[in-house]
Design a binder for this molecule. Sequence first.
Ligand code: PLP
Length: 365
Amino acid sequence: MTEPAIPLVRVAMAPEEVLWPLLREVLYSGQIGEGATVAEFESRFADNFKLPRAFSFHSGTAALHCALVLAGVRHGDEVISTPMTAEPTNLAILHAGGRVVWADVDPCSGNMDPESIAARITPRTRAILVVHYGGLPVRLAEIQAIAARHGIPVIEDCAHALGARYNGQAIGTLAEFGMYSLQAIKHMTTVDGGMLTMRDSDLVTRTKTFRWFGMERGVDRSKVDITEVGYKYHMNNVTAAIGLAQLTIIDDLIGRHKANGRWFDTTLPAIAGIEVARFDPAADPSYWFYTLLSDDSAAVLARLAERGISASKLHRPNNQHSIFADAARELPGLDAFYRRMLHIPCGWWVGDLERERIADALRAG
Ligand SMILES: Cc1ncc(COP(=O)(O)O)c(C=O)c1O
């Protein structure tokens, strides 16, 4: 008998008895655009994840665009970033008019290498955009020290890392800005959506106007004055209602990602031919997926596929896209990481039996 497939990613949805009443109320309330439900969701999200403040967007990409502009990125400014991420991280830099400058990655984790970041700083560097790839926090203390020496703001792309911590503090709150994606297959979804947190309370009004045509909501439309370009980036009450329902289950889901990740951390290193991604000891990752390294990653992927375990490299290094050709440079750490890495399932749908099955499949090589 073939065993059921174990997917690499899955959509997590709150139970019907929680979700339907919240959705029904909003859908027939006469207020389906941005209103009180969005405000309530932002406030509960901030409380749940211990953020100083949270502003919702219709996507994580929109939230990143906002963070880059608020960080001061203007046409032609350089932003140091990583090629080892999903494309929206770096497209957002182009949306803000910035130029992408690649830092190399640590071949043991796929995360940005602090020394490479330091080497890329120039007088045109306006921001450093770090990605906690796969849910493993970057070496934030070192990166923050480099950024502080040069007075450059850091933006944390936490799309893969909701619920992770660093030095006991919520991921996304250690730098000037933190972005979370609520896209379909992330730890938490509102179908699509994003959240932005930031340290500086003086940026609150600009954040709100940025996401709504450059205008302040609640101000008489016949008197409002647009002073800076804004976008249609806000969240609506319907997706916010889904978010409120999702908050009732998210801690348990993230807890299961973490428990699986820790189990793999202790179980898999004993398997010949397999290494696990290494991370900063100050980090408490939230393991969106789990990253392995092998000299023959193609053979490991094939073996897992034979046993119904979905695994993959998932992303294409962003420097391989023509749109980033201007930023081309040697990235030996990235090349070494990408050749050896593969991602295996680690989320809430991986129970004790499934993770044993994954470990057995890896042992069989
Ligand atoms: C690392 C990373 N950054 C940014 C994004 C963009 O998030 P969203 O899809 O919510 O716009 C994603 C998700 O697709 C991502 O994986």
